[in-house]
Every structure is written in C-alpha cells, then in structure tokens.
Design a protein around this ligand. Sequence first.
Ligand SMILES: NC(=O)c1ccc[n+]([C@@H]2O[C@H](COP(=O)([O-])OP(=O)(O)OC[C@H]3O[C@@H](n4cnc5c(N)ncnc54)[C@H](O)[C@@H]3O)[C@@H](O)[C@H]2O)c1
Length: 337
Amino acid sequence: MNILVTGGMGYIGSHTCLALYKAGFTPIIYDNLSNSSIKVLEQLKIIANHTFEFVEGDINDRDKLEATLNDYNIKAVFHFASLKAVGKSTEQPLRYYDNNVSGTVTLLTAMQKSAVKQIIFSSSATVYGDPQYLPIDEKHPITATNPYGWTKVMVEQILNDWCLANEQNLAIALRYFNPAGAHPSGLLGESPTGIPNNLMPYISQTAVGQREFVNIFGNDYDTEDGTGVRDYIHIMDLAEGHVAAFSTHQKDSGSLVYNLGTGKGYTVLEIITAFSSSANVEINYKFAPRRAGDIASNFANASLAQEKLGWKAKLNIKAMTDDTWRWQSKYPNGLED
Ligand SMILES: NC(=O)c1ccc[n+]([C@@H]2O[C@H](COP(=O)([O-])OP(=O)(O)OC[C@H]3O[C@@H](n4cnc5c(N)ncnc54)[C@H](O)[C@@H]3O)[C@@H](O)[C@H]2O)c1
C-alpha cells in the first residue's frame, strides 16, 4: 500500500518512512527540502536497502499534490510537513499559518479530489498549553501559547470538521511529547539549522565542541534537582507509534487523538548526565534564569495508546543519548558536510 509522507525527509518523517517500510507499506516522500537535506535519501537507502520514491514539492502546491496522489495511487497520508520553530513563529506568524494551516487545507483539498480519506497528523503536546494536571491525558483542555502551537490546535480542529463532514474520513492526530535520539545505525538523526530549539541536539552540539556550554533555564523549579522535567521519547518508538496507529485504525473512520510519550519525565540535569556517560565527555553547563512561559514539569499519560494501539515506548534515556551521540559524532555538522 502506497502512503504519501509529507515532510518525509525531516527528522521524524524519515524515521517513520523506515518503520512504514519495515511494516510492509510503501512510503512515497513528498518534501520541499526547506528544512532537510536530499542526502537523507541516500541514508535511507543504506539503512533499508531500498530506494525510496521522492517527490520534491510543497504542500501548498495543490496541482503537484493531486498529481502525486493519483500517479502513485496513494491510499493514506502521513502528514509531517510543517515549520516548527516556536520562537520564529512569534516573529513570523503569517508564514507559520500559511505553511502549517493553509498547507494542510491545500493537502486535504487535494486528498478530497483524489478520494484519499485517511490522514495521520503530527500534532504536539504543545496543544495542552500550561498543564492543569499531570500526567497529561488526551482529555486535558486544548490551548496554545504561541503561533506554532496555535497551528497545531487549528489543524486538529480542521481535521475534526473534515471527518464530521464525511463519515468515511479518518484523521489521527498524534500528540508527540519530546522526540529525541537517532537511528541506532548513527546514519540518520536530527540536525537542526541554527540554534537548536530542543535540549538533546543542544547537548550533543556542546559535546562535540560546537557550543561552549548548555544553558539551563531555571534550577529552582519544584522538581527533583530543580531543573525542568520533560517526557523524552525515542524517535524509533515514535516512528513505530505511527505505524501502530495506522495499522489499528486502517478500517475505521472519524477523528482520533493519541498522546505519544513514555509517561516518565527526566530533568535537564539527568539528560546531561546520561549524555556525558554515552559520549564519555564532560558537558559544560550554566544555570540561567527561568524563561518566561516555561513550566516545571510536563509528561504524558500514554495509557490510551497502549490500550487501543498496543503500542508502548520501549527505549530508555540511555538508548536516546547513545544513539544521538553515535549520529552526532559521525556527522557533527549534519549530512550537508
Ligand atoms: N521535533 C519535535 O520536537 C516535534 C515535536 C512535536 C511535533 N512535531 C511535529 O512533527 C512534524 C515533523 O517534525 P520534525 O522534527 O521532523 O521537523 P523537520 O523540520 O525535521 O521535518 C519537517 C519536514 O517538512 C518539510 N516541510 C516543511 N514545510 C513544507 C512544505 N510547505 N511543503 C513540503 N515540505 C515541507 C521540511 O523540509 C522538513 O523536511 C512537524 O509537523 C512538527 O511540528 C515535532
């Protein structure tokens, strides 16, 4: 079965293509390469011993989307393509709404025209805003604290309405907690452009000497060691979560939502210690004041996915830091070098 993977050259999309292929599906990658390298294709080929189909295109290009959906006889779409830098989204909100929200409307319009009725969407735990309780389950109220977060809230609403309008449509929004780690081969991983938004690439860039130290924002939170707690999930587990969601609901319809997290939080200092031991290097860090809008702790109640999808994150923090280090030390500047 052919599945269109928008944003399939990116960090989460590329790993999910491998999981889809392993499960017997045929991913067709659709990406405009705005935040990824064409070299990802070579890495995928080495890992899977398979040449993945790639179409260079934008999700705002309806004609190209329609042609691709028809040419490849696509049955479902895994939709990863989006801009994701929270800070930039506050500086350039229109760009974010255009890419993430309008782009999704264009994608759904093309799908409707081509009678493709199933979509798996990359949502985020950011739709929970500041947690009102922990661990966060799917019933927690939805809101956002920045334009990026609002794009996720809006797309979830659009998917809901799209399913209400046609009872055959299926939309599954997967709310990721904190994706981390890399492919265990070290051939594929996250290589953010500019200053990383996420902790793990920041630490790994510090470990290879690209950054002097890790800034830890706040050491007086009400947590075990005073630093913030987040729910890190290994990218390989996350990729498998997508396959589990699609395989389980392939014959269903309606709008569904699942948390993908481990249910366990780690502090910033615990992650730094784990990374130090994986890389066998000292990682410098400095404490800085809390950042506005940051929260002490955030972790998932992941029991719905376990109950309904039979999926549970298996890999621990050591696997995340070991695999990130393998990738970072092999490709210190990402694949472009
Ligand atoms: N990485 C995280 O921490 C995280 C957390 C929660 C949710 N998400 C969501 O998961 C999805 C994938 O994230 P990622 O970390 O792999 O990001 P990424 O930037 O590595 O991958 C996104 C891919 O989409 C492509 N893309 C962007 N806009 C496009 C467009 N208009 N047309 C075609 N392709 C386009 C980029 O070139 C890139 O290859 C995103 O929707 C993101 O918002 C990510």
